[in-house]
Design a protein around this ligand. Structure first.
Ligand code: ZN
Length: 471
């Protein structure tokens, strides 16, 4: 909503706010209090929540205190200015418009990494802000195994003579007012509490919480393509269910916070893909959809509808990607941003490196930078080390689903009749109630009883898309 000319003043405001927060969080008396708590009996004999709170607040404050105030202000200012430059650069596909902002941002982030976690590899120091405990080598190893499955799977799908067809979405009209009522009903039925949250319209869908009982999810509408809003809302409602499931009595402290971005994304991907693209779910949901869109879906059977959800179609734009190719978009960004942070790739060389890698993975070259390196807001906003959490979350979702199937043998029967309480109850108990007390990897290992791995995601993609494409 910010008018372009307002950016400079907003950057001043953001820098000042960041400075105030930084000063408050790193007050010497605050460090003294945490020091005393860490030496008290609460830190050793308190409840798990109390112990985790003391430990995590202390390490958060120490990390923050290692950043000089000047850097905190500069990062906040650069993020606002970078985002505004990105909007204009993307619109005109002008790399030159964004280039100096990215040079500055990557330099600031390297400085941030060196200050806040001098004990870590610089990329790991940044990754640790979004996925505490994760290290790039382990992530890269898991991604490489996944990639070995996905690249040939995409090629096999494209080359197959059996092709799922999504014409029933793209060639029919889905009135926006009917979509709004329909997706709201679906979000409500899977458990999103509208007494403690809202669904609104946006350009770029997201989920955010403004308080323990105020979770906002947003989506956009396309009357020529139902999946945009439908899967957008299933995704954001998955995030919202997690937010609404965090322990309210610990709001604002670690036991009431999410474990990581990867765990957050595991919840959204679980509802969007593992549940929302399953046959049993549509046995229940298709009659609802038919009632909402009698013109478009009156004659459609569940087989045909489900088939239309399984289309693999490489595209230049990440946010429009299908479930299979999506992860290739993420891995590309992870490898490039890591190379820049490690000093192996210059920011100036990002556009060419992007296009070359894209052509290798997808067999086509972006026609311009707007369809390539300029498409995402993340780097210009300082979100470096953030991208891998998308695929980590998708991996976690598949692994969680395997554990859910063992715990709830008749899961499919529940989905097919629109009963989600047992599934949501399991997520609430095993994942949501834990807050941030465990890092993502130990949490997934404990909940699923298995080491973290991309095997479940690879298997799930190969099995489901292999079937859809007759491979
Ligand atoms: Zn998400």
């Amino acid at each position: 909503m910010l008018p372009p000319a307002a950016a400079a003043h907003r950057a001043d405001q953001a820098a000042e706010m960041a400075a105030i927060v930084h000063r408050q969080r790193t007050l010497p008396e605050q460090a003294d209090r945490l020091e005393r708590l860490a030496g008290s009996s609460l830190a050793t004999a308190g409840t798990p929540e109390q112990r985790a709170t003391i430990r995590l607040l202390k390490s958060d404050v120490e990390k923050q205190a290692r950043l000089p105030q000047r850097l905190v202000e500069e990062l906040a200012r650069a993020a606002v200015e970078g985002q505004q430059a990105w909007v204009a650069a993307r619109a005109s596909s002008s790399w030159e418009g964004l280039r100096p902002h990215l040079v500055r941002m990557f330099a600031l982030k390297r400085e941030q990494a060196a200050c806040q976690r001098p004990d870590l590899d610089p990329y790991d120091a940044l990754l640790d802000d979004y996925e505490p405990g994760a290290r790039w080598r382990g992530v890269a190893e898991r991604f490489a195994l996944l990639r070995e499955v996905i690249v040939p799977l995409v090629q096999a799908c494209i080359g197959s003579s059996r092709r799922p067809d999504d014409g029933l979405f793209s060639q029919r009209v889905y009135p926006v007012d009917a979509q709004q009522a329909f997706v709201r009903e679906v979000a409500k039925r899977i458990g999103f509490d509208f007494n403690r949250g809202r669904l609104d319209t946006t350009a770029h869908p997201f989920c955010t919480s403004l308080g323990p009982n105020d979770c906002r999810i947003t989506t956009r509408w396309n009357d020529r393509f139902l999946p945009t809003a439908l899967f957008g809302v299933l995704h954001e409602a998955g995030h919202g269910l997690y937010e609404q499931g965090l322990p309210r009595e610990w709001y604002g402290l670690p036991p009431g916070e999410s474990a990581s971005l990867g765990i957050h994304e595991s919840q959204s991907r679980l509802w969007e893909n593992s549940i929302g693209r399953s046959r049993p779910f549509w046995n229940w949901c298709l009659p609802l959809a038919k009632a909402a869109f009698p013109q478009a879906l009156g004659e459609v059977g569940v087989e045909e509808f489900h088939d239309a959800l399984m289309v693999v179609r490489p595209s230049f734009i990440r946010v429009e990607a299908d479930e299979v190719t999506y992860n290739l978009h993420v891995m590309l960004r992870f490898d490039l941003e890591r190379a820049v942070v490690h000093g192996e790739l210059a920011v100036d060389d990002l556009p060419d490196a992007w296009n070359e890698r894209f052509e290798r993975d997808f067999g086509m070259r972006p026609p311009d930078n707007a369809h390539g390196v300029l498409q995402d807001i993340h780097w210009s906003a300082g979100l470096i080390g953030y991208f891998p959490t998308y695929t980590l979350g998708t991996m976690f979702a598949s692994q969680l689903l395997a554990a859910i199937r063992r715990a709830i043998p008749d899961l499919d029967a529940g989905l097919a009749t629109g009963r989600f309480d047992e599934l949501l109850g399991w997520l609430r108990r095993e994942v949501h109630a834990e807050g941030r007390m465990l890092e993502s990897e130990p949490l997934i290992e404990r909940v699923t009883g298995m080491p973290v791995s991309g095997t479940w995601l690879a298997e799930s993609l190969r099995e489901r898309y292999g079937r859809a494409y007759g491979l």
